[in-house]
Design a protein around this ligand. Sequence first.
Ligand SMILES: [Zn+2]
Length: 252
Amino acid sequence: MEAIDIRRQVVIACRALGIEGVTRGPVGHVSARVPGTEDEFFIKARGVEEEGLEFVTDLDIIRINSDGAVIEGADGLTPPAETALHLAVYEAQADAKSVIHVHPSWIVALSAVGRELLPIFGSYDSQAAYLALQGIPTYQSSVSIHEMATGREVAKVMGTSPVCVLKGHGIVVSGKSVEDSLHLSMATHELGRMNWLAAAVGTPQPISSSDYELFDQRQKRRSNKQVRREDGVSAFWHYMERRISGYGGDVV
Ligand SMILES: [Zn+2]
């Protein structure tokens, strides 16, 4: 994909996260590697006229290098305070093409009482179920990630996982594309919402071990797993583009 297409995807992902209530107001950011580079990134910037993520346009996106310095962007825009979190995840996960950091209320509430995101469903949302079955690590501090040293601590806890919960703070997600990181962010948000709802009326029960095994086997058996997954991501992305267009306003 061309750089302009990736930049547009960053805008779409921001809007989708805002419209779906995955984060609040202007809190949170999406970034992506600039195609053809290993150390340049598009990221949603901060600025005096900053609004909620659902209103992000192309003008809110800046290009930065791996030191967090702005290479390209409108006057008055600066990288987010937690840019180091993005850079540290890219540094640790060489195959990450996009990183999202948001503050989903359901997940922050659950982390505050020490509840893990359990695999309480299967086919309801297979992406979310598989994430939970694999286990989602939790970074135990609620501080904002302003320095690379702290970002690297998070990346270490995250390991090779595509998702990490930041206790009392939010989540960070890495994807193989912007589509993938948005899909993973939405799935994690839904996992948190469903765990919260289950906990509100009883004690959440993970799916049975036999269900777990069947689910795991099916995931591994899919010879064309990657194709299917990409199809799923694309269908999801198409849906999100439709959702965004329904709210009016130009993306760029
Ligand atoms: Zn944050």
